[in-house]
Design a protein around this ligand. Structure first.
Ligand code: PMP
Length: 454
């Protein structure tokens, strides 16, 4: 039997079982470490680490550049790159050096360091928003941006795209239901309130749906990625993002671009690459080379309005905080990453490596006549088991094929290649080479050969 993904399920089942067994045999030390971690909730430091294609996670022994070594001594070409946290490559030299210096010179003090102002200035140059503040995660940057925009607008709700991901932000766990209405996303853990009371939802690429929701004039902000990246890559149709900006202005709603992943589009993310004009940009992960950081940038007007509001406690316990936010280590790491590693020039190289990756993938899918599609967002490439590529989150979610995805991830891992566990995403760092791309494509071709040949 062949399904929409274009593969024979019986053959896939047999191959997947073979690869899982090979994975277990190849990784006895990782298996033992996992079995012995009985005092970790779910046997892992964070429950999402159980999203492992072959039943247990590989344990990292070390990582450098575009390579990871595991506990059993295997080396991998890493296209996951910490799901973007290591987009600069693992332990890039200038970042390691800056952090080493700061480690000997005060880890957290509650005083600003000079690095912070330089990072703010560099983020302003790149993203075009002039006022910056810091958090430790992109999730917190989003949470604080939401609080600020509810405060200035006096409106209660935030609008999201269906099947978005912006971190564990309560308001964002909303999807478009079967009748077009908003509903809680499946699996939503411990929501503090019915998400339809705090949020509205529209499909990505759907301006009519967006206007229908904004017309209620109760939406403080639209919080969106300029391209969806957490349900495959869903690229904006021509005119869509301009339409979002026009509608948000028409209905007095602020616009937040979450650039945490779309940063892959270029040195100033999609905001700069596509000439976008949001009121707020949020970001995290990659900008400090893997050291925890989050950041949000505000327009001049918005920053002045907020600072002019005597009734908002922005200093003490008003709800925008974080003792370790803006700490000297994060700031030193961000400065080194932005000034020396993820430079404008580095993006040129990363994006051309990604283009080679995408072109090679497309050729292979054609060769093996598979009805899948490839999307590229600067240094990031992803394939989905649908062709043409889905244009919204719900359609992209519907094209998922977990069994096929797990098989491909396990097949690749057994041959020294890592993809992002949550999807078929490959990210290029400045250290990723065309040889690495070639290596991936050889292994991927072998997997497709076995999948499609009777
Ligand atoms: N925004 C986007 C677009 C993300 O993809 C993620 C995480 N994948 C986050 C925010 C949250 O990042 P963090 O988990 O580092 O807080």
């Amino acid at each position: 039997m062949t399904t929409e993904s274009g593969v024979d399920r019986v053959r896939l089942g047999a191959l997947a079982a073979r690869e899982r067994a090979a994975f277990a045999e190849r990784n006895p030390k990782s298996a033992a470490a996992y079995a012995g971690a009985g005092h970790l909730f779910g046997r892992v430091p964070m429950t999402w680490m159980n999203k492992a294609a072959a039943g247990f996670p590989l344990y990292a022994a070390g990582a450098r550049g575009a390579r990871i070594t595991d506990l059993d001594g295997h080396e991998y070409v890493d296209f996951c790159l910490g799901d973007t946290g290591a987009m600069a490559g693992h332990s890039p030299g200038p970042v390691a050096e800056a952090v080493r210096r700061q480690l000997e010179n005060g880890l957290t003090t509650m005083l600003p360091t000079e690095d912070a102002a330089l990072v703010g200035a560099e983020l302003s140059r790149r993203f075009g928003l002039p006022q910056w503040s810091f958090a430790l995660t992109a999730t917190d940057a989003n949470r604080w941006a939401i609080r600020l925009l509810r405060a200035v607008s006096g409106r209660p709700r935030i609008l999201f795209n269906s099947y978005c991901y912006h971190g564990s932000v309560d308001e964002s766990l909303i999807v478009v239901g079967p009748g077009g209405e908003g509903m809680s996303r499946e699996g939503n853990v411990g929501a503090p309130a019915d998400v339809t009371q705090t949020s509205r939802v529209a499909e990505f690429n759907d301006l009519e749906g967006l206007e229908r929701e904004l017309r209620n004039r109760d939406v403080a902000a639209v919080l969106m990625e300029p391209a969806l990246t957490n349900i495959g890559i869903v690229l904006p149709r021509p005119g869509y993002l301009d339409g979002v900006r026009a509608l948000t202005r028409k209905y007095g709603t602020y616009l937040i671009n979450d650039e945490t992943h779309t940063f892959s589009a270029g040195p100033g993310g999609a905001t700069r690459a596509w000439g976008l004009d949001p009121d707020v940009v949020t970001i995290g992960k990659a900008i400090a080379g893997g050291i925890p950081i989050g950041a949000y940038g505000l327009s001049e007007d918005l920053a002045a309005t907020l600072l002019g509001r005597d009734d908002l406690d922005l200093v003490d316990m008003g709800g925008v905080g974080g003792t370790l936010a803006g700490n000297p280590v994060s700031m030193a790491a961000a400065r080194a990453t932005l000034e020396q590693v993820l430079t404008d020039a580095a993006f040129g190289v990363m994006i051309s490596t990604a283009t080679a990756f995408a072109e090679g993938l497309r050729k292979l899918l054609e060769t093996y006549a598979l009805p899948w599609s490839v999307s590229q967002l600067g240094a990031r490439v992803e394939y989905r088991f649908a062709n043409p590529a889905p244009v919204d989150g719900t359609a992209s979610a519907a094209s998922a094929d977990p069994e096929l995805e797990d098989f491909l991830h396990t097949y690749l891992a057994n041959r020294g290649i890592l993809l992002t566990p949550f999807h078929n995403m490959a990210l290029m760092s400045p250290a990723t080479t065309l040889d690495d791309v070639q290596r991936h494509h050889e292994v991927f071709a072998a997997a497709l050969e076995e999948l499609t040949t009777a």
